[in-house]
Design a protein around this ligand. Structure first.
Ligand SMILES: Nc1ncnc2c1ncn2[C@@H]1O[C@H](COP(=O)(O)OP(=O)(O)OP(=O)(O)O)[C@@H](O)[C@H]1O
Ligand SMILES: [Mg+2]
Length: 352
């Protein structure tokens, strides 16, 4: 847990989109989004241990990049999306937008951040059923402080852009699934965000409509340089993105469709050895060694210069894939957490 004077603190003003004060600055500002060592824990129900949904994820999205997150049910996809979108605070770790840490912002400070940078699309579309398609979009603009006239003009323009102008006065119940998702995307675009975060946006759509939605997202990138992170179960949907990252049990286990940035490894080569001897590899290394889910024996040997060297040997026959992990110690600093506390006294991680 980073604390104290080591971290650079920079004051940012509201016009920079985050609206917060004393917001930590990241040293890599060229990325639109950067998640650093993000952990997420959900407290277990009465008598049950906590669930670790995300385990120290590192992740970057460039402006205009289309990324999909795939993985089995319960692997942490929605949790990751909510944390990246500032809808949920990580238990530990940081999320930066253009180098500014959003995890330190209060709920009130997060409002202008979400409004300025992020548009959300959920599986059901989450349209208000008593308002027409157009009114659904207008409402978002009104909430952002736009005048009635301005909001209406912008909403109509978006309806046109998404090819649903003819249906804009219909209530959501009278629209097809594909049309509803177009309205949801129009609403997400209303405030000109830099990234769309979409959780299973094509989940209820047939093949052709899912394809249309993804083509639309590609067009928006071409026209507006808008990035998109899309959670999906579908290989068809992920084929429309630049790269696809795979989550399994709260960790990235692979990255497909883009070359691994080997230069990046140099900054994350450290491994963490916990007091019980567990060795945690940086997630970027896992696709390289191509042995995720396996157990490794680690031995210390001496190299020709007399320096100690770690040697890893895979132990065959052990498969941990899909195993759910319950914790009663802090996964950040490995301190034991006594009783039913949801806060780590040792490192300050929030555990819920
Ligand atoms: N509010 C919550 N309280 C307790 N545990 C939760 C909560 N939300 C998610 N979890 C747990 O965290 C883990 C990750 O959940 P998450 O919803 O992020 O998975 P997912 O990959 O989106 O799954 P799906 O594909 O089914 O939507 C799961 O074990 C889930 O049971
Ligand atoms: Mg989900």
């Amino acid at each position: 847990m980073m604390k104290g004077g080591k971290d650079k603190i920079k004051k940012v003003g509201g016009n920079e989109g985050l609206g917060g004060e004393n917001v930590k600055e990241d040293n890599v500002a060229e990325f639109l989004v950067r998640a650093k060592n993000v952990y997420s824990l959900y407290k277990g129900k009465e008598g049950s241990p906590n669930v670790v949904a995300l385990r120290g994820l590192n992740f970057k999205i460039k402006p205009g990049e289309l990324v999909s997150v795939v993985g089995p049910s319960g692997s942490g996809k929605s949790t990751l999306l909510r944390i990246l979108g500032g809808l949920q605070a990580p238990s530990a770790g940081h999320v930066y937008y253009h180098g500014k840490d959003i995890t330190k912002l209060s709920e009130v400070q997060l409002v202008p951040f979400r409004r300025a940078l992020v548009g959300y699309v959920f599986q059901e579309g989450n349209l208000i059923s008593t308002k027409t398609a157009l009114q659904n979009v207008i409402q978002t603009l009104r909430f952002a402080g736009k005048s009635i006239r301005e909001s209406r003009a912008r909403a109509v323009e978006l309806m046109e852009l998404l090819g649903i102008k003819e249906r804009m006065n219909a209530l959501p119940g009278y629209l097809s699934g594909g049309e509803r998702q177009r309205v949801a995307i129009a609403r997400a675009l209303a405030n000109n965000p830099e990234i769309i975060l979409a959780d299973e946006p094509t989940g209820n759509l047939d093949y052709a409509n899912a394809e249309n939605v993804m083509k639309l997202i590609q067009d928006l990138r071409e026209e507006l340089n808008m990035a998109c992170l899309v959670v999906t179960h579908s290989k068809h949907v992920s084929s429309f993105t630049d790269r696809s990252v795979e989550l399994r049990d709260g960790r990235f286990i692979g990255q497909h469709g883009a070359d691994l940035d080997l230069a990046e490894l140099s900054s994350s080569r450290q491994v963490f050895i916990s007091p019980d001897g567990t060795l945690t590899l940086p997630p970027e290394l896992i696709p390289v060694i191509d042995a995720f889910g396996d157990l490794w024996d680690i031995n210390v040997e001496t190299d020709p210069h007399g320096n100690p060297k770690l040697i890893g040997t895979p132990v065959s026959g052990i498969q941990r894939e899909g195993q759910s992990d319950m914790m009663n110690w802090c996964p950040v600093c490995n301190a034991v957490i006594e009783g039913k506390k949801f806060f780590c006294d040792s490192c300050g991680a929030k555990l819920e």
